[in-house]
Design a protein around this ligand. Sequence first.
Ligand SMILES: NC(=O)c1ccc[n+]([C@@H]2O[C@H](COP(=O)([O-])OP(=O)(O)OC[C@H]3O[C@@H](n4cnc5c(N)ncnc54)[C@H](O)[C@@H]3O)[C@@H](O)[C@H]2O)c1
Ligand SMILES: [Zn+2]
Ligand SMILES: [Zn+2]
Length: 340
Amino acid sequence: MKALVKKEPKLGIWLEDVPMPEVGLTDVLIKVTQAAICGTDLHMYKWDEWSQMHCQPPYIMGHEFVGVVAQVGNGVKNFKVGERVTAEGHIACGHCRNCRRGMAHVCEHTLSVGITRNGAFAEYVSIPESNVVKINQKISDDFASIMDPFGNATHTALSFPLLGEDVLITGAGLIGTMATGICRYAGAKNIVVTDLNDLRLDIAKKMGATLTVNARKGETIADAMAQLGIHGFDVGLEMSGSPIAFNDMVAHMYKGANIAQLGILPADTHVNWSDIIFNALTIKGITGRKMWETWYQMEQMLLGGLDLTPVITHHFAFEDFQKGFDVMTEGNCGKVILKL
Ligand SMILES: NC(=O)c1ccc[n+]([C@@H]2O[C@H](COP(=O)([O-])OP(=O)(O)OC[C@H]3O[C@@H](n4cnc5c(N)ncnc54)[C@H](O)[C@@H]3O)[C@@H](O)[C@H]2O)c1
Ligand SMILES: [Zn+2]
Ligand SMILES: [Zn+2]
C-alpha cells in the first residue's frame, strides 16, 4: 500500500510503497478515506527538538482520520466490514492503576498512533478494537477526520463550567478556534481570543468569539476587557504554547479563576507566581482526550449543531501531501485535509 513515511531523522516526509499492516486477533483494519495534518505532524515533518526526543523513524505518520472497516480480526466483537469509523489515537494499556480507575488518558504505557506506532497517512491502518469509534451517519467525513484535535479542544474547554462565564483563549490555532465554538455552544458569556495571525482570528470570529486581539498589531487584552466592561476572565484556555501568551493570560484572570493549559510551554517558561498564588488561580494540565467521556460530548455537540466548517480551509489529494505540509509550514490556514 501507499503510505507517508517519516523515513529519516531530518526535514521531510516520504511517499513509499510499504507492506499492508498486520491485523491481530482483536484488531480492526481500516481503509482510510481522509486524513488531516496535525500540528504534531508538522513538528515531526520539520524534525524539531520535540520530535528528536520522542520519535524513532521509520514509521508511518498520521493520527487524524476517518475510514471504513475493511477487515476484522477473529476476536473482534463490535465492528463489521463496511462501517464508517475513526479511532482514539492514544492506545492505553488497560491494566495500569490509572486505566483501571477510568483515567486512561493518563495511562502509564500509552502508545500513540502515527507517532510511536504506525499511523493513518496510508491506504490502511490497523487499530485495536478497543480504540475504534463508530461515526454517526449525520456527522460528515470532514468533521469525523478531525475528532482527535476536536477532542483536545473539548477536553480543555469543558474542564471548567462555562455557562455565563467570561473566557479568554490564547492561540487561535486549529484547537483554539474549535474551543471558541465549544465555549459558545456551552453558553459562555464573553469569549476573547488572541493570536498573531488575522486569518486565524477571523476563523475564531466565525466560531463565535466576542472580540479578538492580534498581539502582533499591538492590540491588548486590557483594551478588550475595557470594551467589555469586565475586570478579569473566569476561565482561561491556553492554546498557544507561548510563554508570552501564558503570562498575559495569568495577568488578566479574575480572582479565583481557572486555567486549562493545553499549549506545550517550554520547560524554562518564567511565571509570575504571585499572580497565581494571591489571585488563587487553579491551573489544570490537559493531555489528550478523556476516554470516553470526551467522545460522547463531541458527538453530541456535532449532532446538536456545532458547526466546525470555518476551521477547515484546505483539501488536497493524498499524492499532493507536499502542498499540504507547505501550507501548514506557512501558517495561513486552518485545518488541512488529505483525501485518499
Ligand atoms: N496537551 C496536549 O495533549 C496537546 C495536544 C495537541 C496540541 N497541543 C498543543 O496545544 C497548542 C495548540 O495546538 P494547535 O494544533 O491549535 O497549534 P497551532 O500551532 O495551530 O496554534 C497555536 C496558535 O498560537 C498562536 N500564538 C503563538 N504565539 C502567540 C502569542 N504570543 N499570543 C497569542 N497567540 C499566539 C499561533 O499564531 C497559532 O495560531 C500547541 O502548543 C500544541 O503543541 C497539546
Ligand atoms: Zn492531532
Ligand atoms: Zn494504562
